[in-house]
Design a protein around this ligand. Structure first.
Ligand SMILES: Cc1cc2nc3c(=O)[nH]c(=O)nc-3n(C[C@H](O)[C@H](O)[C@H](O)COP(=O)(O)OP(=O)(O)OC[C@H]3O[C@@H](n4cnc5c(N)ncnc54)[C@H](O)[C@@H]3O)c2cc1C
Length: 474
């Protein structure tokens, strides 16, 4: 009996894992391997929060593999060298892997597959549909979500989830494996205590999270998904990001609940598919806008604004609450992601890539496809984008989606005593009254770093100019 490799990457689960399932059904002895090679993703090597997640996700996978009599072999180094060495030393005759979509990783994987002298079986483990299979009637790629998703739903239904292998054939001898801690994924300075309290990485926790969401919150998803002060969404994003759960399981489990809320939830999973469709078909998107005219936009170099935004000290309570939730937990509610992103781009006129970089470093669910498309959508330079003249009003957004101020009170405690009707606009409250609520603007909490109306007008003028120049180009 010969040996095979199961090459794990962002598919850190046993259940419904096509690569692992095929390997377990082959007549080969299985060596599961994870290779840490951060430099190979170019600018997009994992950020701090995602590395934190990866550490614990690998620990969980390693334990789960042990339970079925196997081992997770951890390696570090240049991927091509590590794979070649394993193939040579352990007489590997086949490699099983699930397909990935990050442009630099795709390039690397393709090179390895071409150069290595063994069969490589690539499966689609992490997407419901192959991004290149979904085309418009004219054979083009989609750049608008609604028709994209309509088309997806006309495709053959995504496969039913594959069973988890109960046993794997083990090799005569195991390759040497590094301890996970040697990958140095955890921070040296302790900034992760609240992240640790908030999340439990791993497949078991992912499945539990899905179940709990579908039972308790699924039917109200449509109503609650926009309210950041309550747990109205699934919080499955980091689990999906690391492949601890497959979208196929989500799809088929959701089907058991016949209600509009869960249907809406599955449609949001469709946005994830759409983001991958875009990244796969327009791989330049991570660094360049889909709409080329935006390349010439005169973004502001104001580093002070950027720092205030990162720290949650802009003086706009809903923006600050979001940025602090991000820093503290490694996650931010989707509605608030849109508000803070719009604020960075349209109120502060800072380059969307600065925002995408910060999210990349601080999100536990940092995902190249969804982060890129989320930022380009908000900036108005991407697919199906919010039109450039749509400037989210952080005051109205706060009043509408956090009307009782719960979210702001949680994350911006220094203004928590303000009454509901004033919590989103502390600068409109007189000095004396603020004093009653223990707030001194500019001291205990900042005044607004820009004036909303003024900033909006400047942004609209700049974007109008850009559009006028675009119209001039023959
Ligand atoms: C500027 C910006 C940056 C973003 N960066 C990321 C990112 O790095 N990683 C990430 O996973 N999502 C990102 N999103 C999308 C979205 O905010 C998160 O997926 C969502 O908030 C995760 O919470 P949840 O799991 O409770 O979502 P739910 O509402 O429960 O949705 C279920 C799943 O659907 C997917 N999903 C939902 N909304 C979107 C969306 N708009 N785009 C793509 N997929 C979606 C996610 O996988 C999510 O877990 C970003 C959005 C914006 C506006």
């Amino acid at each position: 009996m010969s040996n095979c490799l199961v090459w794990f990457h962002n598919d850190l689960r046993l259940f419904d894992n096509p690569a692992l399932s095929l390997a377990s059904k082959s007549d080969k002895k299985v060596i599961p391997v994870f290779i840490w090679s951060p430099g190979e993703a170019n600018d997009w090597h994992l950020g701090g929060a995602a590395k934190w997640w990866l550490n614990y996700s690998l620990e969980a996978l390693s334990l789960d593999l042990r339970k079925i009599g196997s081992e997770l072999i951890i390696k570090k180094g240049e991927t091509e060298n590590v794979i070649s060495e394993l193939v040579e030393k352990y007489e590997i005759t086949e490699i099983f892997m699930n397909r990935r979509f990050e442009p630099k990783i795709v390039e690397r994987d393709n090179k390895i597959i071409k150069n290595i002298n063994v069969e490589v079986t690539v499966s689609n483990g992490n997407l419901l549909f192959n991004p290149e299979d979904i085309k418009t009637g004219q054979g083009k790629n989609y750049t608008v979500f609604t028709p994209f998703w309509k088309n997806c739903k006309l495709q053959k239904e995504p496969r039913t989830p594959l069973k988890k292998p109960t046993k794997l054939n083990t090799p005569e001898s195991w390759p040497m494996s590094l301890p996970i801690k040697d990958l140095n994924l955890l921070p040296k300075i302790k900034w992760d205590s609240n992240i640790k309290r908030t999340w439990k990485p791993g497949e078991k926790s992912a499945k539990k999270t899905l179940k709990k969401f579908l039972v308790n919150n699924g039917s109200n998803y449509g109503k609650n998904r926009n309210i950041p002060g309550i747990k109205g969404t699934s919080r499955l994003s980091p689990h999906l990001r690391f492949g601890e759960i497959s979208p196929h399981l989500i799809w088929h489990e959701s089907k058991k609940y016949h209600n509009k809320g869960v249907e809406h939830f599955v449609r949001e999973v469709g946005w994830r598919e759409f983001s991958y469709h875009l990244l796969n078909n327009f791989p330049f998107l991570t660094n360049k806008p889909l709409r080329p005219e935006f390349e010439n936009f005169p973004w502001s170099p104001n580093k002070k604004y950027l720092e205030s935004w990162k720290k949650g000290m802009t003086g706009y309570p809903i923006v600050d609450a979001g940025m602090r939730e991000l820093w503290s937990t490694g996650w931010m509610h989707n509605r608030v992601r849109m508000i803070v992103a719009s604020f960075l781009v349209k109120h502060l006129l800072l380059d969307w890539k600065e925002g995408a970089d910060w999210f990349w470093d601080t999100l536990v669910d940092a995902d190249l496809a969804s982060n890129t498309s989320g930022w380009q959508w908000t900036a108005g330079c991407g697919a199906d984008a919010a039109p450039y003249f749509r400037v989210f009003n952080p005051i109205l957004q706060g009043k509408r989606f956090d009307s009782n101020g719960d979210y702001v009170r949680k994350w911006v405690p220094e203004i928590s005593k303000l009454p509901n009707e004033k919590i989103h606009t502390p600068w409109e409250v007189s000095k004396d009254e603020l004093h009653k609520y223990d707030v001194v603007l500019g001291k205990t909490y900042p005044g607004p770093i820009v004036d909303h109306v003024e900033a909006r007008n400047i942004a609209l003028e700049a974007f109008d100019k850009l559009m006028a120049e675009k119209r001039k180009v023959p």
